[in-house]
Design a protein around this ligand. Structure first.
Ligand SMILES: [Zn+2]
Length: 398
């Protein structure tokens, strides 16, 4: 030990004061960091990454007016209130001077490179405002869809055919979004993705498993939530876990599946000798999914979307867009909960109803509101406690 120490001392003697100071500082930082890592409950900064897409389709007949503006609002919000820097944000908008227009190639690349595989403790924000559509599902994979159609977003350079339909190979399907964003994210720990999809047909645009069980603000949703809490979570699950656990599990799993799973399990899973017992794994959300605590620091995904899969949205000067309303909420209250956000989102629908009632006769308003009908949705990869925060804070706990 004496010889290396002597060599080290000799080398230190040969350093300049500036070099000594740099080494001392590096050692102190390293030791502080090690002390923090060894103590649970200490705050560390989280990594941040945002992909914002806002398309006005300036040269199209179906031009939109607020998508670019809303992407900019979101960018400003992330910088002002959530600690994002310019280098954390990729913005694909069709403003004339933007070097990254939201073309098919740029969106495919942006989405494909958005999630950093294997990087834990990162806050992701995904935003899309633009046109969307639906096509029949070619391989009949409708696991999470409400209306059996495959949804897609529309790049700025998407062409239409003679029937004025978007060309299938020039749109970007929900399946690609799911496989590029959700799948790699679920392989990380401690990450959080907040997505906002301000477009039509958007409830399951990320192919997230849960949306019905997150609904609030209607009589149906209130009844559903009460049944989930007082029957499923307080009675059935404890009974299943504590009393029947020692009975034949294969029978219990099949009973459970028939009650909680709407879709048949996929063949690879069904053929497994011991089907995995996961109480939160419904193939399609039926609204009664029990909430389970996130003990494994699994990454979470929440997605606010403008409407159900079968619905459209509108924009106008007389009412807020969904984005505009949520940005206002988060500017005033960065710690806003999912519940706050959904009530604000539902408020935008009420704004347009009031506008329609004021501008049109009673009969015209009634018929218009049957067409102009949409309900903002909250989707997630796991059943949610809607009192948790919409966007995470600047720090994390380890
Ligand atoms: Zn659910």
């Amino acid at each position: 030990m004496v010889l290396p120490l002597a060599c080290a001392c000799a080398r230190v003697d040969s350093l300049t004061p500036a070099q000594r100071w740099r080494i001392l500082r590096a050692v102190v930082v390293f030791m502080c960091r090690m002390m923090l890592i060894s103590r649970p409950g200490i705050q560390l900064s989280r990594r941040k990454r945002a992909l914002l897409i806002g398309i006005n389709y300036n040269t199209s007949e179906q031009q939109l007016r607020f998508s670019q503006r809303d992407a900019e609002k979101m960018r400003q919000l992330l910088k002002d209130s959530f600690g994002f820097h310019d280098e954390d944000i990729i913005a694909l908008t069709d403003e004339v001077d933007n070097l990254l227009p939201p073309t098919w190639a740029n969106i495919m690349q942006g989405v494909g490179q958005f999630i950093i595989r294997g990087q834990d403790n990162t806050d992701y924000v995904l935003f899309y405002s633009g046109h969307s559509g639906q096509h029949p599902e070619p391989d009949n994979d409708i696991r999470v869809k409400e209306n059996g159609l495959r949804a897609f977003i529309v790049p700025v350079d998407c062409a239409i055919d003679m029937n004025r339909e978007y060309l299938p190979h020039r749109v970007i399907y929900d399946k690609y979004l799911h496989e590029s964003i959700i799948v790699p994210l679920e392989e990380t720990k401690g990450c959080h993705l907040f997505a906002m999809l301000d477009c039509g047909h958007s409830a399951t645009l990320l192919d997230l498993r849960h949306h019905r069980c997150n609904r609030i603000g209607t009589v149906t949703s209130a009844v559903r939530r009460a049944l989930r809490q007082y029957i499923v979570e307080d009675v059935i699950i404890p009974f299943y876990k504590d009393v029947l656990r020692s009975a034949r599990e294969d029978i219990l799993v099949s009973i459970y599946d028939s009650f909680f799973r709407k879709e048949t399990v996929q063949s690879s899973e069904a053929d497994a000798p011991n089907p995995p017992l996961n109480l939160a794994m419904g193939k399609r959300c039926n609204g009664f999914c029990p909430r389970v605590p996130n003990l494994s620091r699994k990454s979470t995904v929440v997605c606010i979307s403008a409407c159900k899969d079968s619905e459209h949205t509108l924009e106008g000067d007389q009412f807020d867009t969904l984005t505009s309303a949520i940005v206002k909420l988060l500017q005033a209250k960065p710690q806003a909960t999912l519940k706050d956000a959904m009530y604000i989102a539902r408020g935008t629908v009420e704004q347009i109803r009031q506008y329609v009632r004021a501008e049109f006769s009673f009969l015209e308003a009634q018929s218009l509101m049957k067409i102009v009908k949409w309900n903002p949705q909250l989707a997630s990869n796991d059943p949610l406690d809607i009192n948790t925060m919409l966007v995470y804070s600047e720090t994390t706990y380890i």
